[in-house]
Design a binder for this molecule. Sequence first.
Ligand code: TMP
Ligand code: MG
Length: 219
Amino acid sequence: SSSSTSGRGAFIVFEGLDRCGKSTQVARLVDKLERDGHKARLQKFPDRTTAIGKMIDAYLQSKAEMDDHAIHLLFAANRWECAAAIRRDLDDGVTVIADRYAFSGIAFSSAKGLPFTFCLPPDTALPLPDITLYLTLPPSVASQRSAFGVERYETVAIQTAVREQFGLVANEVKKRHGDGRWVEVSAEGSIEEVESRIWGLVDSVVNGGVDGTVGELWV
Ligand code: TMP
Ligand code: MG
């Protein structure tokens, strides 16, 4: 499509609780964009393939213990090691779809009791998402899904605390970057129903909705 071949790519982030269907939706969106002739790339966070990502993976599988501050900084470092490639791709006209980002970093760490004043600064000046879609599903529904409970944080108590923190993160994004940067999407219903809700929000962003240079988070 002509509108996607000129100008930079869109940076679209998906956030949500564990087992909300986010990864399924992200994969379907990347497929759809490519079918429509866009250049698109999926970026998963944490990116478990890097050296830092392997430390994070061990922590999440409870094969390693780590101080709350230290693991928070590793999650942020894992984003920084991917940041230049994200900017480069956006400049090259590639739409980058991230499965989690800095907002998960803040929500999960602050749910453990770390203050926002500690949690926000490490991600400062990362590429600013054009839009973040926050998929919502009651923790009680997510907990019924297969494999829930396999990794650290996958308890209803933690997910409930994280959901509360996501509300505060949303306020921070809207305050710093404007209301349009954070959109809530219900993840209830069939895969196709959720997919069409998402497409209704993403369509205008990828088809000519972004202009100018990519911004900087929290700046
Ligand atoms: P995943 O299930 O999407 O791979 O994410 C792994 C877990 O890590 C998930 O419970 C969310 C959590 N997380 C953080 O605690 N901080 C972060 O910065 C990110 C990206 C994820
Ligand atoms: Mg998970």
